[in-house]
Design a protein around this ligand. Structure first.
Ligand code: TRP
Length: 338
């Protein structure tokens, strides 16, 4: 029987996003903006999950660039590197180490249920990599290494978090100790799914061939105005959240999320308005939040040395916690320490 690891007294969050280039409004509202608010109530660890990114083929230079861009976006959005730990996953070797150990106690049957793998692997399962299959185990390692009590994620990651809880429970039973803290999901607010400006039923995405479908975090003010002005809306009268009016509902949810109000409140605010008026208001609100962030991101990306210094500090702070967990796990599993 090993000594139980007491989880941190303060509630702690861990979350991560993949370093995708071309950040857009969906990335900001779906994750980063929510974290900015959470950092005041939780001890916070925010990771740029580059090891998850290589589950699909990456261009090395583009991956490096996207990783720094994501870090700049976190900081420019208001995540305070003095208060929170910000780091790239690959800088802390314990993530890969723990993933292996957890993988040895994860039945294939559990992984076979993961809908994201099924979607991504499609019909060509035999060609999918071991890494893509094991993706959720690495995610479990990310979370369990830090004894996170809460994990802010979008709907699409709920199943992976359930798996993390199952793996943690199974390991705790296996070693008969509270080796891992069982994390709770924090499912995020209204605009976790920002939809395309050209099609209210598909997600805003960096890979949409139409640049008019998204607001990029690098767009200048006039481009933002033009994109909202041209955003698709139907011919029906009224600005509503009605399910059969996906474009109207999407724009309302974006407004609500930027204004920190509920989408119902936004709907009430624009009841009886014309779309032209609503879109102008929406564009100006967006600019008021994105413009300072865009400028700060550019400033941060000009001084790569400073940005890397922040990530180095973050990696060191993360490593301190992760190394302690790994030491306990290794002991629990029976590895000799010499
Ligand atoms: N799989 C998550 C996503 O695609 C990213 C991620 C990796 C993550 N590790 C994590 C999220 C740990 C929360 C906690 O969105």
């Amino acid at each position: 029987m090993i000594d139980a690891i007491t989880s941190t007294a303060a509630p702690r969050i861990f979350s991560g996003v993949q370093p995708t280039g071309n950040l857009h409004l969906g990335n900001y509202l779906g994750a980063i903006k929510q974290w900015v608010a959470l950092q005041h109530d939780y001890e916070s660890i925010f990771c740029i999950v580059d090891l998850h990114a290589i589950t699909v083929l990456q261009n090395p230079d583009a991956l490096r660039k996207a990783t720094l861009e994501m870090a700049a976006a976190y900081i420019a959005a208001g995540i305070d590197p003095e208060k929170c730990i910000i780091f790239p996953q690959s800088m802390v070797k314990e993530h890969t180490e723990l993933a292996w150990m957890l993988g040895c106690s994860t039945p294939l049957g559990w992984l076979n249920r993961m809908t994201q793998f099924k979607d991504k692997a499609g019909k060509h399962k035999d060609q999918a990599s071991l890494g893509l299959y094991g993706y959720p185990v690495l995610m479990a390692a990310d979370i369990l290494l830090y004894h996170a009590t809460h994990v802010p994620v979008g709907e699409d990651q709920k199943q992976h978090l359930e798996l993390t809880r199952d793996i943690a429970g199974a390991m705790n039973r296996q070693v008969n100790a509270e080796l891992f803290t069982i994390p709770e999901p924090l499912i995020m607010g209204e605009a976790t799914r920002v939809m395309s400006l050209r099609d209210g039923t598909s997600k805003m995405s960096k890979s949409d061939p139409s640049d008019m479908s998204r607001i990029n975090l690098s767009d200048d003010d006039d481009t933002i105005r033009r994109k909202f002005q041209k955003a698709k809306t139907d011919m029906e009268p009224g600005i509503t959240l009605a399910e059969n009016r996906p474009e109207s509902a999407n724009l309302l949810r974006i407004y609500a999320s930027l204004a920190d109000i509920s989408s119902k409140q936004a709907e009430a605010q624009f009841e009886g308005s014309e779309f032209s008026h609503f879109k102008k208001e929406l564009a100006e609100l967006t600019i008021s939040q994105l413009a300072p962030m865009r400028d700060e991101m550019q400033r941060l990306l000009k001084d790569k040395a400073q940005l890397k210094a922040i990530l180095k500090r973050g990696s060191e702070a993360a490593s301190d916690i992760a190394a302690t967990t790994i030491k306990d796990v290794k002991h629990a599993l029976g590895f000799v320490r010499v």
